[in-house]
Design a protein around this ligand. Structure first.
Ligand code: CA
Length: 348
């Protein structure tokens, strides 16, 4: 299996940053690179999330990185699934009606990989009544797809890199590591071993590792000695956290810069005021970039715009143009790549 390649002409991933952990360096204007397009759960605006079909489409659309959310099966196989539950995106209720826990949910950690392979994947539905979360997207039925393992997904991406000649990277999220530990699994160690097997080991490789759990990311760097690029995800609830626990405060970001390469904040955290038309930026982007951290906000959806943007292109203009983020997670890599290409096109 080919090792992860160095960046090629297909965009210039921001991952080429050279600052070692613990020694953030100031970023200059010359350091700015084209923002990276991260396909959020694949091209999930067009196909059911985290299916190999969604990955193939995102690759063809020109995304720089393809995202994997990773959880474990009962027998310890890493699979690509957003939730620790199976019931919002598969037919698990029909295939294994009695296998839910007392809360009525079906947990991936209770099923072997062989059992997971018997499930069909459909577009995400809500818990109450099974209505689609995004009604205009791919129909919830028929369920045409299956859940890939992390190995299969990496094989798919590396194979597409080979056949297209365009190197797309991977962007792996360690999902709920503390919860997995309670189930008796070291999810992080299993993910890192898998990445290592496929050639993702160094900072310059086209691979990011992301997690909401700061403690776990510190562990990845210090205890597991990984050199991969690390991104701390920051949720909206961080805004309400006590000051000493806020990751996006000046002190919080300074701490993050001692072990991570960037932050992945909810896009709402980057604006002080969510009332249009004038958007007041929060200090997060400037503070983070001053510390040498990349900023990759989530999630950019053409069919779920925040109230301060009238169109998807306007949303991109705010974040890429005015706020100057280094990349973004999007369900619509096609529209995002097209937007960036329009900026790069010479004026006529
Ligand atoms: Ca994710």
């Amino acid at each position: 299996m080919a090792a992860c390649m160095a960046p090629t002409t297909a965009g210039t991933p921001a991952g080429a940053q050279t600052a070692p952990p613990g020694s953030p360096t100031a970023r200059t204007a010359n350091d700015r690179r084209r923002p990276v397009v991260i396909a959020h759960r694949g091209a999930s605006g067009h196909l059911p999330e985290h299916t190999l079909a969604a990955i193939a489409l995102a690759h063809a659309m020109g995304a720089d990185y393809l995202e994997q959310d990773v959880v474990l099966t009962r027998d310890g196989h890493p699979i690509v699934l957003h939730d620790i539950h199976l019931d919002r995106v598969t037919n698990v209720r029909q295939v294994f009606p009695d296998r839910h826990r007392s809360d009525g949910r079906y947990y991936a950690a209770d099923f072997t990989l062989d059992q997971v392979r018997r499930l069909r994947v459909h577009e995400r539905v809500q818990g109450d009544g099974g209505q689609p979360v995004f009604p205009e997207r791919f129909p919830a039925q028929p369920a045409l797809f299956s859940i890939p393992t992390l190995v299969e997904e990496i094989q798919m991406i590396q194979s597409l890199n080979r056949t297209t000649g365009r190197e797309a990277g991977i962007y792996v999220e360690i999902k709920n590591p503390a919860w997995h530990r309670q189930q008796g699994h070291d999810l992080t160690a299993i993910i890192l071993a898998t990445l290592d097997k496929f050639g993702y080991t160094r900072r310059q490789d086209l691979c990011y590792v992301q997690c909401f759990d700061a403690q776990e990311l510190r562990r990845v760097r210090s205890e597991l000695h990984s050199d991969l690029k690390l991104i701390l995800l920051i949720g909206q609830d961080d805004r309400d956290a006590p000051p000493e626990r806020r990751s996006w405060s000046s002190e919080g970001l300074r701490q993050v810069a001692t072990y991570a390469d960037g932050v992945g904040p909810d896009l709402q955290l980057l604006v002080e005021s969510a009332e249009g038309p004038a958007v007041r930026p929060s200090p997060l982007v400037a503070e983070a970039q001053r510390l040498g951290l990349e900023v990759h906000p989530y999630t950019f959806r053409a069919d779920a715009l925040p109230n301060f943007a009238n169109s998807y292109d306007e949303l991109l203009q705010i974040y890429l143009g005015e706020l100057g983020v280094d990349g973004l997670f999007t369900d619509f890599p096609d529209r995002t790549v097209r937007y960036l290409q329009s900026l790069a096109a010479p004026a006529r």
